[in-house]
Design a protein around this ligand. Structure first.
Ligand SMILES: NC(=O)c1ccc[n+]([C@@H]2O[C@H](COP(=O)([O-])OP(=O)(O)OC[C@H]3O[C@@H](n4cnc5c(N)ncnc54)[C@H](O)[C@@H]3O)[C@@H](O)[C@H]2O)c1
Length: 323
């Protein structure tokens, strides 16, 4: 395979660091651009060049030697985006506008973008396909949808080869790269914090949903499977085309199933605290990944929930030892 040179924005964060590690393992040259606003310098995989800087200033560093950009840098807390929407428009939309201009200026004509299931909002049917209506219920989802529209325009007008990957619930870890959001809002790391004694119990928001056990069902995708999709997307991207693919396992697991799996993996009893439903939490969010399978040739190989949790647990324990 011929080697390529890629800029990875947000490569000090959770997903970006795992993708950067996969690119390096595939023999590519990687430069991470990250302002460390929510990421960690030590998260950048060894072997990647690192620039501490903002996507808004990408024109300073992008040059024609790059073959493409993988764009992870964004803010991604749904609740925060409701309280502080301008922060999300400024960073997610403004940052990407500057990045696209920098790419145009440098003649870098390939982009893979981290979009999200949050662009769809309340699903009208399940599993969710890419033709489902997009009606985001938060400024975060709206900012990502705006970027998807921006990229479509850039492809059509200026020939960008682009793929947006709409992730569902990313989970698990890959060696030394894992999830450490602050504050943490994702279920698996939160339940693992109970197993570590860092919180007393896990809140279960609503147990009267129309699902088999009454708790919300979500589609958990292993971050390493997700990373592989990014490498396939780089190969599949075509000039003048913007491909949008959902990425999930197509399997839903309920909150109770996740908690039970963490009990099995960690041996901890994990007390639950019942809590009211949260506004805007749909009962079921499951992806149809048919487009990713057909257009990218992607196939998840780590769909087993116990394996996903075990990898996240190994990472959490390693972090604990390092503290
Ligand atoms: N984790 C998930 O479950 C999930 C689901 C759907 C979509 N996404 C998207 O995937 C991407 C990565 O998510 P994550 O969970 O790894 O988040 P993260 O917060 O761990 O990583 C984001 C990284 O971007 C950096 N960053 C933010 N704004 C920047 C800027 N203007 N310039 C330079 N660097 C900047 C942060 O410092 C951080 O290292 C995000 O775009 C997110 O919206 C994540």
């Amino acid at each position: 395979m011929s080697q390529h040179k890629y800029l990875v924005t947000g490569g000090a964060g959770y997903v970006g660091s795992v993708v950067a590690a996969h690119l390096l393992e595939a023999g590519h040259e990687v430069t991470v651009l990250d302002d460390l606003s929510t990421g960690f310098r030590e998260g950048v995989p060894a072997g990647a060049a690192f620039i501490e800087g903002r996507v808004q200033d990408a024109a300073r560093w992008l040059d024609p030697s790059y073959d493409g950009v993988l764009h992870f840098a964004a803010f991604s807390q749904v609740g925060e985006s409701v309280a502080d929407p301008e922060k999300y428009w400024t960073n997610n939309v403004g940052g990407t506008m500057a990045l696209l201009a920098a790419m145009r200026g440098a003649g870098v004509r390939k982009l893979v973008f981290s979009s999200t299931a949050a662009t769809y909002g309340e699903p009208v049917s399940t599993p969710i396909t890419e033709s489902a209506p997009t009606a985001p219920t938060s400024p975060y989802g709206a900012s990502k949808l705006a970027v998807d529209h921006m990229i479509s325009g850039e492809s059509a007008a200026h020939g960008l080869a682009a793929v947006s990957l709409r992730y569902f619930n990313v989970a698990g870890a890959y060696g030394t790269c894992g999830e450490r959001h602050d504050p943490e809002s994702h279920l698996i790391p939160l339940v693992l914090q109970v197993a570590q004694g860092r919180r007393e119990s896990i809140a279960v928001y609503g147990d009267d949903y129309p699902t088999p056990d009454g708790t919300c069902v979500r589609d958990y995708i292993h971050v390493a499977d997700l990373a592989e999709a990014h490498l396939l997307a780089l190969d599949a991207a075509e000039p003048g085309n913007h491909l949008i693919c959902n990425l999930g396992n197509g399997n839903g697991f309920s909150v109770r199933e996740v908690v039970e799996t963490v009990r099995k993996v960690t041996g901890h009893p994990i007390p639950e605290t019942p809590a009211p439903r949260r506004a805007g939490d749909p009962a079921v969010l499951v992806a149809s990944a048919d487009t990713a399978r057909e257009k990218l040739g992607w196939k998840p190989s780590r769909a087993d929930l116990a394996g996903i949790v075990a990898d996240a647990w190994a990472f959490a324990r390693r972090e604990e030892q390092d503290v």
